[in-house]
Design a protein around this ligand. Sequence first.
Ligand code: PLP
Length: 346
Amino acid sequence: MTSAKVKPEDFDWNDLGFAYHELPYRYRAYYKDGKWSAGALETSATIPVHEAATGLHYGQQIFEGLKAYRRPDGGVNLFRPDMNAARLNRSAKRLMMAEFPEEQFVEALKQVVQANADFIPPYGSGATLYLRPFMIGQGPVVGVHPASEYVFTIFATPVGAYYKGGLTPTAYVTNEYDRAAHGGTGQAKAGGNYAASMLPGHEAHKAGYSDVVYLDPRLHEFIEELGSANFFGITKDGQFKTPKSPSILPSVTKYSLLALAEEFGMQPEETAISINDLDEFAEAGAMGTAAVISPVGSITHNGDKHVFYSETEVGPQTQKLYDRLVSIQFGEQEGPEGWTVDVPLD
Ligand SMILES: *Cc1c(COP(=O)(O)O)cnc(C)c1O
C-alpha cells in the first residue's frame, strides 16, 4: 500500500468537497473474548479483515457521522457526540454486534481530533473535520450468526462547507423502491441500508433529481426519508412537522431542530405526513449532519411536481432554523445545555 497522506498546506479550506483524505491518525479498538481492548491511535489506513468476517458477508457493519467545528476563539467543538454514541449502540443491538462504551466513544473522538488538529479547518471557512466512527464483525464465521470479534474505528477527513453561496433548494422524486421495512433495520445506521439505496438514488440522479423521497413500505403513501436525510415541512401557519415511522433513522440534526423549533414557538410535531398532503406546507427541507438543512424546492410524485417555497430560494423559516443551529455548532451562539463538547487542544 502506498501512503497518500496529506499535509495541512495541501488544502484550500475554502474549496474542499466531501472527499476522503488520508490523515495521519485514526482510532482503533478490538473486541475479543467478550471485551474491548483499551483502544489507541494508529497510523495505517488499512484494516486487515478475515476472509470469513461477518462484516464482509452478512452485513454486520454500522457507522456514525459527525463533525468537529473550529470556534471563533480557536477552540474546537463536537456537537452532541453522546447522541451518536447512544445511536451506535442501538444499531449494535439490532445487528447483534458488540456495544461500545459511550464514554470511551466520546474520548476516542477527542483523541482523533487532537491527533489530527492541524487538519481542522479554520473558523470562517465553513469547513469542518468530519468524523466517521464505524464497527464491523470480524473473525472466521461461516454460518449465519453474529461474529465474536469486532473492530471499532474512527477516521477523520476535512470536508468543505456544504453551501458555497446561500442555501439552495433542490428537486426530489418518489419512485417504486423502498429503503427499509417496518421491523427491518431502518432505525439502525447500517451499511446494508445504504447498499439498498444506491440503485434508487442513481436512477433519481439520472433523471435530474438530487435524491429519492422514500415512502412507507406498506402503503407507499407516507413520507419516510429523503435519500439519507430526514424530512421536515413547515405548515402555512408555521408549524414544524417531521415524519414518525418505525423505519427511519433517528437523525441527531432532526432532534436538534425539533428543540430549536420549540424555542421559536413552531409547535414541532413528529407525525405521519402523507405525500398527498404537501399543500399544507409552505417550506420543506432535508436534515442531516452533512448539510444540516437542504431546502426541498420540489417533490415530483407520479409525474406531478409540487413546488414548496421556491425552486431557487430558501424560505425564511428554514433559513432561521439553519442559522440558529449552525451558530450553536460553531460556538457563535450559546445552545441548550450539553449540546457542544469542547475538545481541549494544547
Ligand atoms: C445518518 C442518517 C441521517 C442523518 O442523521 P444525522 O444524525 O442528523 O446526521 C438521516 N437518515 C439516514 C438514513 C442516515 O443514515
